[in-house]
Design a protein around this ligand. Structure first.
Ligand SMILES: [Zn+2]
Length: 296
């Protein structure tokens, strides 16, 4: 079955109900959201009644909650805890709080950017990420953490299968079972892999990590060439990867039943003409046919 959706907004007044309604307005059957600002720690308490109402709405509309995704805020950087580990408590306790919010909201997959090693070495960054995951996940049950495959912008860790494998290899056994991977077609392209060779990429992933560890794919086009290490998402079919190669990823039988999430930019023709592209992108994906919805 095709599980297709997009990034949607989680707002204070409507919370998960707003998330579900926005996803339905795009004809999506899954969604991804941040539980608050991705650049700050400000979080509003989860309203139980709204959560219950949202799950009822999901059941009525055949949205499978197990395929839906939360995205962790960008400010968590497990690769580098700062001078003398001063930020270890801050990053790990904020991440733990996000995991608890996932449980409260009953959306139990959370995508995490592995982090940037900045002034450390990549090897130190990898060790720190594993240390943080082992610490946070040792006594939290019922949430999957999906490490995102990154573009390799700056000092990002996770822009190769080998990086992700190195982190996963350092996980304690009961933590390993809770950690998965989220692929991203824009990031894979920008990291240096041609999406035309996606099956070769999956072969390598399967040998080194195992395809059962793939739990989500961000299906973004890219503004940049293969290997650019830039990370600028383009609308679906409007970038350097192009519609056909992206469709081949979505319908690759090896990724059957894996949630596919659009994180493409809003269309911005001018100040007054700005809108979400997801309804049109999802329609094109379902029809496997590219209709230019931006320029017509
Ligand atoms: Zn991400």
């Amino acid at each position: 079955m095709l599980y297709i959706g997009s990034h949607v907004s989680y707002l204070k007044d409507k919370q998960l109900v707003g998330v579900v309604k926005e996803a339905l307005s795009y004809d999506a059957n899954i969604f991804m959201f941040y539980t608050g600002s991705n650049q700050s720690t400000l979080r509003f308490p989860v309203d139980k009644d709204l959560t219950r109402e949202a799950h009822q709405l999901m059941i009525e509309n055949n949205i499978n909650k197990d395929k839906c995704i939360v995205h962790a805020p960008f400010i968590i950087n497990l690769a580098n805890y700062g001078e003398d580990n001063t930020k270890f408590d801050f990053y790990t306790s904020f991440f733990k709080q996000e995991l608890e919010r996932c449980i409260e909201l009953d959306i139990r997959n959370i995508v995490l950017h592995p982090g940037s090693f900045t002034n450390l070495t990549k090897e130190e960054g990898i060790k720190n990420i594993a240390k943080g995951l082992n610490y946070v996940l040792k006594d939290i049950e019922g949430v999957n953490v999906l490490l995102e495959y990154m573009s390799g912008k700056g000092t990002e860790v996770g822009s190769s299968i080998d990086d992700l494998k190195a982190i996963i290899d350092l996980l304690d056994k009961n933590v390993y079972e809770k950690v998965f991977v989220c692929l991203d077609t824009c990031h894979i392209n920008d990291s240096g892999v041609d999406i035309a060779d996606f099956d070769k990429f999956l072969d390598e992933f399967d040998i080194k990590i195992g395809l059962s560890k793939v739990r989500c794919v961000h299906i973004n086009d890219s503004y940049n060439e293969v290997g650019s290490h830039k990370d600028r998402h383009a609308n679906f079919g409007y970038g350097t990867i192009g519609f056909d190669k992206l469709i081949n990823v979505i319908y690759n039988p090896r990724l059957k039943d894996i949630p596919m999430i659009l994180e493409t930019p809003w269309v911005n023709r001018n100040e007054k003409d700005t809108w979400a592209p997801y309804k049109y992108e999802i329609e094109n994906i379902r029809n496997k046919k590219f209709i230019d919805y931006i320029n017509q």
